[in-house]
Design a protein around this ligand. Structure first.
Ligand code: C6P
Length: 399
């Protein structure tokens, strides 16, 4: 009930057990209200108009950049708005590709979401560079020791997730970044799952780039953020060209604005950017450290309860937060998921756009319950009850 007024989807679906926040979190009423405010009160373009409404919209837009920067302990000019974590990760990879040559090495891992690894597969194919995978330990954790084994003088980019969207485990990115920088390699961190759950300080982590999505942290869909250390970010060339990112345009050449604006070609996601600050303010009010504690406790509670059920295989570990992947042994997750849906439990089934890790686990996919601040123990108890029912239903096929 605590979140009843804050999240209209909860209000409108009182029996819903929402355990799919890893795919997209529920959206805040204050975010929706702010989008409405933009559309109804000053819904015009930004950075272009020379009239009052455009100034208001532009100020609201730029205020979010300041709020995001403060949230990450970054500088305002280090924040680029994109259409999602995917586009942020593609932007940085494509911009970096100019600096990748034959024989260079790019380090990644099988924990990656497709958007964190596929751009580098393309670069390696086109440039004759090598994609190198950090081996995982037995539990699926990425360790500093294993990272050291693959880091070489040829490493140019290290592209790793901060938190796996299948296992929910975190990467020791601070230690990895320190080592990578000793080899002058650039570190690109995928924060799509981590940023919603934990306090991230980019100065402390020292990563060069960090990408994440607004819609996984109570904000609007269609919006992402690319943080880039200013010197690095400003040294990259844009990959999209058009309105507002240029300075002087001549017949055969043009000059670009400085970062972040040279990476925001065309009319941006105005309403979404303006409203996103409401999500960040809310998360800060709730306290990210408390959110992490809450999500971690519920995750571990779910893991322990699931492990106690005969016929269930759990892939999450003691370091998992917010994500619990499991299977009913021998049952395809899509078949099992119908039981949960019948009981009003929303979870995800499949490879979660991270086929490398599901292959590493030796399965085609998993059931995945993902937990966020509005979930409580009763949601997990319902997940457990439904899992007992599913095991009973499939008992003849369980192997
Ligand atoms: N993972 C999931 O259900 P977008 O789709 O651009 O907002 O985020 C991409 C992305 C990048 N990295 C990680 C670690 C992610 O988990 C995601 C999105 C969703 O797990 C949708 S596939």
């Amino acid at each position: 009930m605590r979140y009843y007024d804050d999240f209209p989807v909860i209000k409108n679906n009182p029996d819903l057990v929402y355990l799919d926040s890893g795919a997209s979190s529920l959206k805040l009423q204050s975010v929706i209200d702010k989008m409405n405010e933009y559309y109804t009160k000053y819904g015009v373009n930004v950075h272009r108009g020379v009239y009052q409404l455009s100034y208001i919209a532009s100020d609201e837009y730029e205020e979010t950049r300041e709020v995001v920067a403060k949230f990450l302990n970054a500088k305002t000019k280090e924040i680029v708005f994109t259409s999602g974590a995917t586009s942020a990760l593609n932007l940085v990879a494509r911009s970096l590709s100019e600096h990748i040559n034959e024989g260079d090495e790019i380090i990644t891992s099988v924990l990656e979401h497709h958007s964190s690894v596929m751009p580098y597969q393309e670069i390696c194919k086109n440039k004759g560079a090598k994609l190198i995978y950090v081996p995982l330990d037995k539990k699926g954790n990425l360790t500093v020791e294993n990272f050291k084994k693959v880091l070489t003088d040829k490493t140019k980019v290290v592209a790793l997730t901060l938190m796996s969207n299948v296992l929910g485990n975190t990467t020791p990115i601070k230690e990895i970044t320190k080592l990578a920088h000793e080899k002058n390699a650039i570190v690109v961190a995928d924060g799509a799952q981590a940023v919603p759950h934990m306090k991230i300080d980019v100065k402390d982590l020292d990563v060069d780039y960090l990408a994440f999505s607004a819609h996984k942290m109570l904000g609007p869909t269609g919006l992402g953020v690319l943080y880039g250390k200013y010197k690095e970010l400003n040294s990259l060339n844009p990959i999209e060209f058009g309105g507002d990112m240029n300075d002087n345009v001549e017949l055969y050449d043009s000059t670009f604005k400085e970062a972040p604006y040279k990476f925001e070609a065309g009319t941006p996601k105005i309403a979404e950017v303006i409203a996103f600050k409401e999500a960040i303010k809310y998360l800060e009010k709730q306290d990210l450290n408390k959110i992490y504690e809450h999500d971690y406790e519920l995750t571990q509670y779910a893991i322990n309860k699931l492990k106690a059920i005969d016929g269930v295989e759990v892939y999450a570990t003691e370091s998992s937060c917010g994500i619990v992947s499991f299977n009913i042994k021998g049952i395809h997750p899509h078949d099992a998921s119908t039981i949960y849906d019948e009981k009003g439990i929303a979870l995800r089934a499949g490879h979660h756009c991270a086929q490398l890790i599901t292959k590493w686990l030796g399965v085609t996919g998993t059931l995945r319950a993902s937990i966020y601040l509005y979930n409580d123990y009763s949601d997990i108890d319902k997940l457990i009850e439904a899992t007992v029912v599913a095991c009973e239903y499939f008992k003849e096929w369980i192997i």
